[in-house]
Design a protein around this ligand. Structure first.
Ligand SMILES: *Cc1c(COP(=O)(O)O)cnc(C)c1O
Length: 360
């Protein structure tokens, strides 16, 4: 049998590992920060009607400029954005890849503050961009001073700021984002995949867009919108940035079915986001519950919680899995990450953690 090492794969990809969160069939899956609530049935019916209409036209290529979808996204975001400010792709991962294809590549660098979203370094290697992992402050916070010091030292071409940060949940202040933008001469991306779950009172970085043509804000329909399986991510930026992304996307990259489903879902954004408050409530329950059990949950503005104080993360991960609860070992010492689920799922997780504690 041929192994990967036998193939003439690119030298810079040798020894690398693909993205690999386990996909297991378990009763309680709280491992990849999905919205565990299904979309409301009335919305689903409307989406299906739109898909039925769209399928009749799939002998033709879809609208390459996905104008209706960009209009819907601009309306959803507000902040006086127009369709010319919007971009979308098959998940925000593809949006981020477009950014690296257009602004990164061989001889260029991408800086992020670790630990952060594991896909950033994987997307960097896929596009031949040099990855720089810079330090955070205590408890994964990121002050303007610490952030700017790394920019001045490394002079990166691109900076990815994850706000709130995955896998730590840490909210990021607009002050830090402004300071990073002012200190850099390159592209600054704020990945707001979890923005809808933020409860810190901090405004979205969308408020910083006017007058900052190198600032890009990426969002996704995967998390708050309960749309992970459809694959729709998007971005707001200066129209010139959007023109740059057009240079690298594949023609017709958003299928007619994807566009139809997303436009229909955005017609019901209020209902689609109905579960967000409920999920925030479950997240806060996890924080309190874990603290009561003697663990050390970190500050979070997202739909998941990173918690420390775990003696043997692999052992705890496996013991939970034996009880049908899948969470995530993100490789941070003495820590595990769990997504907020429905009330029942969250209870199953907290009960399992309590049972492990009393067995110890
Ligand atoms: C989940 C996640 C995404 C979203 O990915 P999609 O490709 O849109 O599903 C983006 N950024 C971060 C930090 C995430 O955690």
């Amino acid at each position: 049998m041929t192994s990967l090492d036998d193939l003439p794969v690119r030298d810079d990809l040798r020894g690398k590992n693909p993205y690999g969160a386990p996909q297991l069939a378990v009763p309680v899956a709280l491992n990849v920060n999905e919205n565990t609530h299904p979309i409301p049935e009335g919305v689903a019916t409307d989406i299906v009607a739109s898909l039925a209409a769209a399928i009749l036209g799939v002998n033709r290529y879809p609208d390459r400029e996905f104008t209706e979808l960009r209009t819907s996204l601009a309306d959803y975001l507000g902040y006086d954005l127009s369709p010319e400010n919007l971009w979308a792709a098959n998940g925000s991962n593809e949006v981020l890849q477009h950014i690296l294809q257009a602004f990164g590549g061989p001889g260029r660098s991408l800086l992020g503050y670790v630990p952060t979203y594991s896909m950033y370094s994987i997307l960097a290697s896929g596009t031949g961009t040099r990855w720089i992992g810079a330090e955070r402050d205590e408890r994964y916070e990121l002050t303007p001073e610490t952030a700017v010091a790394a920019i001045q030292r490394e002079q990166p071409d691109i900076v990815f700021l994850c706000s709130p940060n995955n896998p730590t949940g840490t909210p990021l202040s607009l002050e830090t984002i402004e300071a990073v933008y002012a200190a850099s001469t390159g592209i600054v991306v704020v990945d707001e995949a979890y923005a809808e779950f933020s409860t810190t009172g901090e405004e979205s970085a969308l408020s910083l867009l006017p007058g900052r043509p190198r600032l890009l804000i990426s969002r996704t329909m995967s998390k708050a919108f309960a749309f992970a399986g459809v694959r729709v991510g998007y971005l707001a930026a200066d129209p010139a940035v959007i023109d740059a992304l057009r240079l690298v996307r594949l023609p017709y990259h958003l299928s007619a079915l994807t566009q139809a489903a997303a436009v229909a879902a955005l017609r019901h954004s209020g209902e689609m986001l109905r579960m967000v408050d409920e999920i925030i409530g479950q997240r806060d329950r996890i924080v309190d519950g874990l603290r009561d059990l003697g663990y050390d949950p970190f500050r979070t503005g997202s739909n998941f919680v990173l918690f420390g104080g775990v003696d043997d993360p692999q052992a705890t991960f496996r013991a939970l899995l034996d009880r049908g609860v899948l969470i995530r070992d993100v490789g941070i010492p003495n820590s595990l990450r769990v997504s907020a689920g429905t009330t029942a799922e969250t209870t199953a997780f907290l009960d399992a953690m309590a049972a492990l504690n009393s067995n110890a």
